[in-house]
Write a protein that binds this ligand. Structure first.
Ligand code: PLP
Ligand code: COI
Length: 342
């Protein structure tokens, strides 16, 4: 199969329609059989639940070309499970895990020409989502839904690749206690847009959100979880019921402990402790691991000893190991790499 003629090494993180997308409809109380379609547009009621009351949730995962030419993706079962949690909280019908994984397989196979070659620095980003398509007027759940999935080739999420970022502590709240912070609801991202616009306008790459109840504990950014390294080399990540349970972060914590023999800790992280860490990073599917070099706290700078030029040694090792597993160079735990094309 001939690859598309793209400048793979210079792709940004942008939408680009590819040849096929997957669609399945929910109506009369059940998911109908799904399949691939050509049309990149959707046709829904002007009063659709998603348009009026933001009834939508999504996922993000990536497919990779391995060194020996296979196409694989990373832990799609985890995305299927998290999408089911999102559906429950937004009162949408769950998509069964088998159907989710079958859709990933069909989509990637049909768009194999768009999967970036090994070593290009790019990957295929897969975006599954479910939304209320049927009309509502009173505040209520829609009566019909679409489960859809598209994919596009992407480069780094942050401009400049893996150069350490400078981020800022936000005065806005991202998610309320017992709200929707722990699921991947579109509304969480709408809530982060203005805060992100302000932060970027002030020259920062991202916001660090603190817990909305006390504004004293580290939560996450608009699209990634935090990991920190202590002076003793321990990997620490914030524990909170209002952050998204990142699959990348959970995988990193496992890799750190079980494969690299590091001490790990998931616990509340008071913001006051941040200056004591020696490395800081953002992690997520889109972000992979991005080092943070500096945090602006209302005009006061917290600078990590790892500096503004590159990763610190612990996050570098974690980055190499995780991407090595994802790209098939390093053998990871059983079941983490899902083969789509042998
Ligand atoms: N936190 C938020 C708010 C996100 O949107 C994402 C992206 O999915 C993450 C964390 C990272 O999660 P994952 O590693 O599962 O992609
Ligand atoms: C991801 O990492 O998959 C995300 O969804 C983050 C961002 C693009 C919203």
């Amino acid at each position: 199969m001939e690859k598309k003629n793209l400048d793979w090494a210079n792709l940004g993180f942008n939408y680009q329609p590819t040849d096929k997308r997957y669609s399945a409809l929910w109506k009369d109380g059940a998911w109908q059989p799904g399949g691939l379609i050509d049309d990149p547009f959707v046709h829904i009621s002007e009063s659709a639940g998603v348009l009026q009351y933001s009834q939508t949730g999504f996922e993000g995962l990536k497919a990779y070309t391995t060194e020996d030419g296979r196409i694989v993706c990373f832990r799609p079962d985890m995305n299927a499970k998290r999408l089911a949690d999102t559906c429950d909280r937004l009162h949408m019908p769950r998509i069964p895990e088998e159907q989710f994984i079958e859709a990933v397989d069909m989509l990637v196979k049909a768009n194999a020409a768009w999967v970036p070659p090994f070593g290009s620095g790019a990957t295929l980003y897969i975006r599954p989502f479910i939304y209320g398509s049927g009309p509502v007027l009173g505040v209520q759940a829609a009566h019909t839904y679409e489960f859809r999935m598209y994919c596009c080739p992407v480069g780094p999420y942050f401009k400049g690749g893996v150069k350490p970022l400078t981020i800022t502590v936000s005065d806005y709240d991202r998610a309320a206690p017992k709200g929707s912070g722990h699921i991947k609801a579109g509304l969480n991202y709408a809530m982060s847009l203005y805060a992100s616009y302000e932060a970027k306008g002030r020259g920062f790459s991202e916001n660090m959100f603190l817990d909305s109840a006390t504004h004293t504990k580290v939560e996450e950014t608009g699209g990634a979880n935090f990991v920190f390294v202590t002076k003793e080399g321990k990997l620490v990540t914030p524990k909170s019921s209002t952050i998204l349970p990142s699959i990348t972060r959970r995988s990193l914590m496992y890799v750190a402990k079980e494969m690299l023999g590091l001490e790990t800790e998931e616990r509340e992280v008071p913001f006051s402790e941040v200056p004591e860490f020696v490395e800081c990073g953002l992690c997520g599917t889109a972000a992979v691991i991005c080092p943070v070099g500096c945090i602006d706290d209302h005009g006061k700078e917290i600078r990590f000893p790892s500096g503004m030029e590159s990763f610190g040694p612990v996050l570098q090792k974690l980055y190499d190991t995780l991407t090595g597993i994802q790209m098939g160079r390093i053998k990871g735990p059983e079941g983490w790499v899902h083969e789509i094309i042998a």
